[in-house]
Design a protein around this ligand. Structure first.
Ligand code: COI
Length: 318
């Protein structure tokens, strides 16, 4: 946990308005609520980002030939800020998101902010939008850092300019089930990632490619899709937007990080906490047969937090 302290810079440049009107803190789902400010900085060929600034939240201007639009050269992150009972603001492990973006940027041939620059930018953005952080227990402020190839390219190549943006939105529960158990469909035809691909980083294309299977599953009443590995079609990978764990007796198991699964920060935290509490936690290949035989199943992610799974459907059998 990282405490945010007020900085003179934020209060000088970002006049704070009153409590947001028209927002019902009890009704927050996981939809975009536009807030006051976003953070923006750019970097050209030299790899150094300019001094970032807070600007009013709004549309951005991009060349139709931007690398991100034509070739998907983009990454995003997701983290949350919470308001405590004594009105402090906490960030959950922002350094981990910064490190993951650096790793992803390396894979996508993009420059990235340093951990310190990233965390400072997150703090400035959260403080500038402080009035949008839900009261304790009502939700959190979801923080969405975006790194994109904004420079124009036609031939396939890394973009000549990059833009880093952070915007935020107050959110509640991710699944419409709230904290009630979700119903997952094990996907047998489509795969999320392949060995040697980009499944292990948070590149934007990983999320567009799951929409077809996810939409089909939702149309049949499932909450989401659980992917299997693309080589054996037998081992669990992850759900469209979160990691998965199974519990059998006193052992908790989760697919190991091997390039096709996102190294989730909530995943890592759950592993740490469970081990400290004396559970045996295994990161390894977890087969679909073990999933069907598990005592409990749950998902973890920044957006989903920890979601219990109520049912699994595989090859037509629930
Ligand atoms: C997150 O948990 O922050 C994610 O990136 C999932 C996203 C698809 C909502």
């Amino acid at each position: 946990v990282n405490w945010i302290r007020e900085s003179a810079a934020t209060s000088t440049f970002c006049p704070q308005k009153d409590e947001p009107a028209g927002i019902c803190w009890d009704d927050l789902g996981f939809g975009l609520v536009e807030t006051d400010y976003m953070y923006s900085t750019k970097c050209s060929d030299d790899g150094n980002f300019s001094k970032g600034e807070l600007i009013p939240y709004g549309d951005i201007k991009l060349s139709p030939s931007a690398g991100v639009l034509n070739y998907g050269q983009g990454l995003f992150e997701g983290l949350k800020a919470y308001r405590t009972k004594n009105d402090s603001i906490l960030l959950f492990r922002p350094e981990e998101n910064a490190a993951r973006m650096i790793m992803g940027a390396e894979r996508m041939c993009m420059p990235a902010l340093t951990v310190e620059e990233f965390v400072e930018a997150v703090k400035l953005t959260v403080l500038a939008n402080k009035r949008w952080i839900p009261p304790p227990g009502k939700g959190s402020l979801y923080i969405r850092p975006l790194l994109m190839g904004s420079g124009a390219v036609l031939g396939l190549a890394p973009a000549p300019e990059y833009t880093f943006i952070i915007y935020v939105s107050p959110v509640g529960n991710y699944f419409k089930e709230g904290l009630a158990p979700i119903n997952l469909l094990v996907e047998n035809d489509y795969h999320r990632a392949t060995p040697g691909g980009t499944g292990g980083i948070k590149t934007i294309g990983n999320y567009a490619s799951v929409l077809k299977a996810q939409s089909a599953a939702k149309a049949k009443g499932y909450s989401d899709v659980l992917y299997l590995d693309s080589v054996h079609k037998r081992y669990l990978e992850e759900v469209s937007s979160c990691n998965v764990f199974i519990v059998k007796g006193k052992t908790i198991s989760t697919p190991e990080i091997k390039g096709t699964i996102l190294p989730g920060i909530t995943r890592k935290s759950i592993i740490d906490v469970a081990r400290k509490q004396g559970f045996q936690v295994e990161e390894r290949h977890v087969s679909v047969d073990e999933l069907l035989d598990a005592d409990e199943v749950f998902c973890t992610g920044t957006a989903v937090v920890v979601s219990p799974v109520g049912s699994i459907t595989y090859l037509g059998k629930r």
